[in-house]
Design a protein around this ligand. Structure first.
Ligand SMILES: [Zn+2]
Length: 220
C-alpha cells in the first residue's frame, strides 16, 4: 500500500516518467510534530513520516510526498495535492499552541520584525537550545524558532543574525521548496554586516555534516 502511495505521488508529479524506484514509508514517533524526511539513492526512496501523519488523509500525504519528491528530483512542480498540503500546514501553524516565550529572544524578534519584515511576521514560539552544532532552527509543526545558547559566547549580533535567518525560513516556507535558495541568500545578505557575521559563525561552529536527507518541516 505504501509503495502505491509513493507511486501515485510520483506519477502525479511526473506523468511522463517511469517509476522504477523501490519505495518505503515508515511512520515514527521520533519526529517533531508533522515533520518528515526522505532518504534516497538512485533506485530507492525511503520516506520517514512522523506518526501524526497516520491520521491524515491520503490526499494530503500525497502532497507531502510530492513536496519531498520535488526536492529529491530538483523540480518545482505544484499540484493540487501540494496546495492541499500547504493549506493543511497553514492550519496547523495557526493552531500550534504558543508555549515558549523567552523575553530576550522576544525583544530581538520584535526588533528584527520591524526592521526587516515591516512587522508582518507573526510571533512564533521562541526558545533556546543547547545543541552545539545547530545554531538555530525553525520547526514548522510547532511554529518554533530555537536558538543555540552557544551564540551567547560571541557578540550579541550573532544571536540577531541567526534569529533573522530562522525568521526568513518562517517567512519563505511556502515559496521555496529548497533549503537555502538564491532568493533566501539574497535576503540573508540584507542583514547589516552579514558577511562579517557569517565569518564569525564559521569560527564558532565548524564541520557541520552534510547529509543527503531532506527534512520537510524542519529548517536549520
Ligand atoms: Zn537555514
Amino acid at each position: 500500500m505504501y509503495q502505491d502511495l509513493v507511486k501515485k505521488a510520483f506519477i502525479g508529479l511526473y506523468p511522463d516518467r517511469e517509476f522504477t524506484h523501490t519505495a518505503r514509508i515508515s511512520y515514527s514517533a521520533k519526529f517533531h510534530d508533522y515533520n518528515a524526511n526522505v532518504k534516497f539513492t538512485r533506485s530507492s526512496l525511503h520516506f520517514n513520516l512522523s506518526s501524526k501523519w497516520r491520521a491524515v488523509s491520503e490526499e494530503i500525504q500525497i502532497g507531502l510526498l510530492q513536496n519531498l519528491l520535488n526536492r529529491v528530483f530538483r523540480t518545482k512542480i505544484r499540484t493540487q495535492y501540494i496546495e492541499l498540503y500547504y493549506l493543511f500546514l497553514k492550519n496547523i501553524e495557526i493552531a500550534a499552541p504558543k508555549l515558549h516565550n523567552d523575553q530576550y529572544l522576544e525583544i530581538i524578534f520584535n526588533k528584527l520584525n520591524e526592521k526587516y519584515f515591516f512587522g508582518l511576521l507573526e510571533k512564533p514560539n521562541l526558545k533556546w537550545h543547547n545543541a552545539r552544532n545547530r545554531l538555530g532552527s525553525y520547526a514548522f509543526g510547532s511554529d518554533t524558532i530555537s536558538i543555540s545558547r552557544k551564540l551567547l559566547d560571541g557578540r550579541h549580533q550573532l544571536v540577531e543574525y541567526v534569529m533573522y535567518h530562522e525568521m526568513l525560513h518562517k517567512k519563505l516556507k511556502f515559496s521555496g521548496e529548497r533549503h537555502h535558495t538564491s532568493e533566501f541568500r539574497r535576503l540573508e545578505r540584507k542583514f547589516d554586516d552579514a558577511a562579517g557575521l557569517e565569518k564569525e559563525l564559521g569560527r564558532l561552529v565548524s564541520n557541520q555534516s552534510k547529509r543527503r536527507i531532506f527534512q520537510a518541516l524542519f529548517w536549520e
